[in-house]
Design a protein around this ligand. Structure first.
Ligand SMILES: [Zn+2]
Length: 123
């Protein structure tokens, strides 16, 4: 089992997403106009900020888990058989969370005994 990203890569991506989202809400250049007039406008901008940052944070955190990528499909969770294989190449799966769409890479195993497919990482 292995992570599919390094901490350095994760921190760089999250920092860039954070900085870009913050720059959209509060541009560093004083001559750039601030968007919005009301507190409600500011709240909506804060939600945009969160929607940009949280998915990137969750995607990078998932890539850092030891089970992000496994070498063998392992045992079939439903029947326990070791007669398993990879079903196909890993797929990108979109998950809609409360803070936006999160894209995760999922490996898929298939059982030769019962025919079911499963996620070897348990995700
Ligand atoms: Zn099975």
């Amino acid at each position: 089992m292995a992570a599919t990203s390094t901490r350095k890569e994760a921190l760089e991506r999250i920092s860039k997403v954070f900085h870009d989202a913050l720059e959209r809400m509060i541009p560093a250049e004083e001559d750039q106009r601030l968007r919005g007039e009301t507190f409600r406008d500011f709240e909506l901008q804060a939600q945009e900020f969160k929607a940009a940052l949280i998915p990137a944070l969750l995607e990078e955190r998932a890539r850092l888990t030891d089970s992000a990528e496994v070498r063998e499909a392992g045992c079939c969770p439903p029947c326990g058989s070791r007669q398993t294989r990879w079903a196909a190449a890993p797929v990108q799966k979109e998950i809609r969370g409360p803070d936006g769409v999160i894209v995760l890479t999922k490996q898929q195993g298939r059982c030769r005994s019962c025919g079911r497919s499963f996620s070897p990482s348990g995700s």
